[in-house]
Design a protein around this ligand. Structure first.
Ligand code: CO
Length: 207
């Protein structure tokens, strides 16, 4: 069995450091969480939500899965979006993809008979829909990067068009949806929300 005692020790040190820097921090968090942001990102270990936007516990509600997908029938994602917006009152949802995403790269390869290939079929559909554009990009890395961006945009549209968000909008609670992409090679985020709008305009209800 792997000895994880080092991690538990690190946790104790971290908690002590937090408490020292912000006395009463954990006591306040115990009372309630009131995050302003919902982060929907990839499970990739190189893209830890709180860390890359430099936010402490309590500031960001997080949902992560392989290739940062928002599938219409995924109760996990939908429940998270509903809870974050209706109960916690989150005002901004960030769909964040990343360059070098293994899920996106796999979707550009012939499918295998793994469970994850069923999940990635959603990305494959996006690649099919944007095949014309993607085929104009000769460099395989650049093509994968573009698919990472398109995937973010499509998933952000899925959030915008989810019944939960539509209902909130009709009730007058505006929730902003942002599309971001992270480069694991330089640690920087880029705002690609303008692409979200383009994707939405091109194929409303279908993207
Ligand atoms: Co990824």
């Amino acid at each position: 069995m792997t000895d994880l005692s080092k991690l538990l020790q690190q946790n104790r040190e971290w908690a002590a450091r937090m408490e020292q820097e912000r006395p009463g921090f954990f006591h306040r968090l115990r009372a309630q969480q009131r995050p302003r942001y919902l982060w929907i990102g990839c499970s990739d270990s190189r893209v830890p939500a709180n860390e890359i936007i430099d936010l402490p516990p309590g500031e960001v509600f997080v949902h992560r899965n392989v290739a940062n997908l928002v599938v219409h029938s995924d109760l996990n994602a939908i429940s998270t979006i509903e809870f974050a917006t209706r109960v916690l009152g989150v005002s901004d949802i960030i769909v964040c993809g990343h360059y070098g995403c293994g899920g996106i790269a796999a979707a550009l390869q012939p499918p295998q008979d793994r469970i994850v290939d069923h999940w990635l079929r959603h990305v494959r559909d996006i690649a099919k829909f944007y095949r014309e554009e993607l085929e104009t990009i000769d460099d395989p890395d650049a093509r994968a990067r573009r698919l990472c961006e398109l995937n973010v945009a499509v998933q952000a549209v899925h959030v915008q068009e989810s019944p939960v968000i539509i209902a909130l909008r009709e009730q007058g609670q505006e929730v902003r949806v942002h599309g971001w992409i992270y480069d694991v090679g330089d640690g920087l985020l880029r705002d690609i929300t303008s692409l979200v709008e383009k994707v939405r305009a091109r194929e409303p209800g279908c993207a």
